[in-house]
Design a protein around this ligand. Structure first.
Ligand code: 4G4
Length: 243
């Protein structure tokens, strides 16, 4: 997948290139193209923003440098995303769909955002990573890039996890333990070292249910409503959690 990022702060993306995703790029699984919007300013002072028409606080990013940057990568008709707190809120379903794309272009806004004509002409899809405000779209873009890239086959080399995530999908993940079996007087739950795989599976299911009920009652209710075919033992566990 080719990922174009239009930003006033390309150096921020060393957080992405200096990570597991940088390795994936070296392997040719990803191709990053960071574009400094300021390089396309036609102003003698490399200006990239101006005051908003109609007044109001702050500055608005100029259309012209962004048009120049998007024309330079021939973005017309391609998937363009604008990171914005007024966008559709990102979720794992959107992330899965985006991971099927061959090329993504992500625009990072600053100040009060970009001139609306950029969003209209380039048919930008506005995406938010959650209901909070950041100083710029860069951190939001990195969240989107990371969540999409990890679904591309080969990116999570060795870890091979992204595919078989959560056996009981729709629930939160059960707690994990590793060596040593006893640490500072705290022991790993006995069942996990019992070798009884059926009991281990049921314990993980129960933990997932309890955690989801406590932290995400919305997900828990959906899971209970849609619960399909369970074994007798799984039904018993579910009834115990519903109590
Ligand atoms: C567009 C409009 C995304 C972009 C205004 C970007 C939060 C998110 C920005 C702004 C962002 C998000 C400066 C308010 C940049 N903040 N939730 N900031 N602001 O995805």
């Amino acid at each position: 997948m080719r990922i174009n990022v239009l930003t006033l702060f390309p150096e921020m993306f060393s957080a992405v290139t200096g990570s597991i995703l940088g390795k994936a790029a070296e392997k040719g699984l990803l191709e990053f193209n960071f574009i400094n919007i300021r390089d396309f300013s036609n102003d003698k002072h490399k200006k990239a923003d101006d005051y908003p028409f109609g007044g109001g606080p702050g500055m608005v990013m100029l259309a012209d440098p962004i048009f120049g940057a998007l024309n330079s990568i021939d973005a017309k008709g391609k998937k363009c995303i604008y990171m914005s707190p007024r966008g559709k809120v990102l979720n794992q379903t959107m992330i899965q769909e985006l991971s099927q794309e061959g090329e993504l272009t992500i625009l990072c806004g600053h100040y009060e955002g970009v001139d609306q004509r950029v969003l209209d002409y380039w048919e930008m899809e506005e995406v938010s990573i959650g209901d909070y405000v950041l100083t710029g779209g860069e951190l939001a873009a990195m969240v989107l890039i990371d969540s999409v890239a990890r679904l591309i086959p080969g990116v999570l080399a060795g870890e091979d996890s992204a595919m078989e995530e959560s056996i009981y999908s729709g629930l939160l993940e059960y707690p994990q333990y590793t060596k040593p079996r006893s640490y500072e007087g705290m022991d790993v739950p006995e069942v996990l070292v019992s070798g009884n795989h059926k009991l281990i599976r049921l314990w993980k299911f129960e933990q997932s249910l309890e955690l989801t009920k406590k932290n995400r009652p919305d997900l828990f209710d959906t899971f209970v409503k849609n619960h399909g075919d369970f074994t007798k033992d799984e039904q018993k566990v579910l009834e115990k959690v519903l109590k």
